[in-house]
Design a protein around this ligand. Structure first.
Ligand SMILES: [Zn+2]
Ligand SMILES: [Zn+2]
Length: 141
């Protein structure tokens, strides 16, 4: 089995995870919506695991929302979400989108759905466009 590894958008930071993912939560809480800028975060959890920075450890910043356990690690240069070990000893949380290795695990659950954004419903019914949509500023074709 391939060791899970990933990197940020600009490439400054790369990491590997020594351990296995047990849970995969799509979190719709207001903190994750703000932090991700999207409908939900997609976080993998590996208990009894180790996070190893392959490069750019000094480019990783952490933000903990005061008074909460909400922590977000990100690249100082490009802002990409990155893994952190802040929740509990040996528990590594990995944003699924920053992985470069294939992931076979399917999401375990949508969580904090009581905090869903108003527009976040029946999204599978929204038209799907394989590439860039037709809108001002886009190349024709
Ligand atoms: Zn980066
Ligand atoms: Zn959340």
């Amino acid at each position: 089995m391939t060791q899970p590894s990933g990197s940020c958008l600009c490439g400054a930071v790369a990491f590997a995870i020594e351990g296995e993912f047990k849970d995969f939560f799509l979190c719709h809480c207001s903190h994750c919506r703000k932090g991700s800028g999207s409908a939900h975060a997609a976080n993998l959890f590996a208990p009894n695991a180790r996070l190893r920075w392959l490069r750019g450890a000094d480019s990783v910043a952490n933000f903990q929302l005061p008074g909460t356990r909400h922590v977000r690690a990100f690249c100082r240069h490009c802002g990409s979400a990155l893994p952190n070990e802040a929740l509990a000893e040996g528990l590594v949380m990995v944003p699924a989108g920053c992985l470069d290795t294939p992931l076979t695990l399917r999401p375990s659950a949508h969580i904090f759905t009581a905090s869903r954004a108003g527009w976040d419903s029946a999204l599978e019914q929204v038209p799907a466009v394989p590439g860039s949509p037709a809108m001002p500023g886009n190349q024709a074709g």
